[in-house]
Design a binder for this molecule. Structure first.
Ligand code: TXA
Ligand code: MG
Length: 308
């Protein structure tokens, strides 16, 4: 039997399967399986107050899960789906409280990955899937990352390196505004432009959402400390308690697309090769460039130290 068909059988039985997406690998269950949904929280050690996002095949499937699907949603889905944008909308009765952590909204995303789409199509049901890592830890961008994270206990489909590399942009869609809860590679500007081009300009704001625990202060963390050095500031390693330690260094000079793709793999590779810290050197002019906002957000949450 093909791996994908095996995965679909497991999902039908109420089990979980890790699937590749273009952002990061996800730990998936059918939205119709309460046992599957509960397993996601258990194995991730994720608190029940943190809602899951739901992956759909297309806009028609998204509409079945939304209490209201506005013209704004149509425009954003047409512009960015399949792709790394999660739309948070009012939920329909199809979506259980386990998925939304009791909220009356649900995050919906159509992933741009053939394997993820084939699984959803064959299962003929939406898939709830958070990133396939333990709570607060680095998201996996390769199959072997998932196998290492859960000691090979979860069936994991092969899908190559995740092309985007960091998690989707999460955006709340309202009548009169868009709120970005988690920045990603689809930037505020790109969302604004898509709306403007379609004659539906409404304000797009970055907000710190208490309901989006991507907003927890510490998140995306490897097991070794990350030191951010801005504008080549020289860290005093003794003071940081890293005096005799051996680190892995990376100066961010490539395009944001390349840095995003490599970021989590770099964290994991440094850990795996027994490095004792990670030093990331970056220029403060990146702070004014929106295509870096997703990467800088992840680094802020993953860092232990910052030197200016
Ligand atoms: O790229 C991605 O989004 C990946 C792949 C697997 O699709 N998934 C992912 O899921 O990153 P997760 O659970 O690790 O992060 C989803 C984020 C969380 O910060 C969660 O709090 C937020 O989306 N979220 C989900 N539903 C929400 C809702 N109804 N309102 C506000 N935030 C929500
Ligand atoms: Mg996550």
């Amino acid at each position: 039997m093909k791996e994908i068909d095996k995965a679909v059988e497991l999902l039908k039985k109420g089990d979980i399967v890790a699937i590749p997406t273009e952002t990061v690998y996800g730990l998936a269950a059918s939205i119709h399986s309460e046992s599957g949904l509960k397993k996601i929280f258990e194995i991730k050690e994720r608190p029940f107050f943190d809602p899951l996002i739901v992956h759909v095949l297309d806009v028609a499937m998204a509409k079945s899960l939304a209490g209201r699907w506005s013209k704004t949603c149509d425009i954003l889905a047409a512009a960015f789906w399949p792709g790394p944008l999660t739309l948070v909308v009012k939920k329909s009765g199809e979506v259980s409280d386990i998925i939304t952590a009791g909220l009356d909204s649900v995050g919906l995303r159509c992933p741009n990955h053939p394997v993820a789409l084939e699984v959803i199509k064959k299962l003929n049901a939406p898939l709830a899937a958070p990133s396939a890592n333990k709570f607060k830890r680095t998201s996996p961008t390769k199959k072997e990352h998932v196998l290492a994270e859960f000691n090979g206990e979860v069936m994991t489909l092969e899908g190559g390196q995740s092309e985007v590399g960091i998690e989707s942009t999460v955006a709340g869609v309202f009548e009169d505004r868009i709120e970005i809860y988690r920045p990603g590679m689809i930037t505020k500007e790109r969302i604004e432009n898509a709306l403007k081009k379609n004659g539906a300009a409404i304000p797009v704001k970055m907000v710190q959402s208490p309901v989006a625990p991507g907003q927890l202060k510490h998140h995306y963390m490897p097991n070794i400390p990350i030191v951010l050095s801005w504008d080549n500031a020289t860290p005093n390693m003794e003071e940081l308690g890293l005096g005799e330690k051996i680190g892995e260094e990376w100066t961010l000079e490539e395009s944001p697309e390349l840095v995003a793709r490599k970021l989590y793999g770099f964290f994991r590779e440094a850990e795996r090769s027994n490095k004792e810290f990670i030093l990331i050197v970056l220029n403060s002019h990146l702070k004014s460039q929106s295509d870096w906002s997703g990467i800088l957000n992840r680094l802020e949450k993953a860092k232990s130290f910052e030197i200016f």
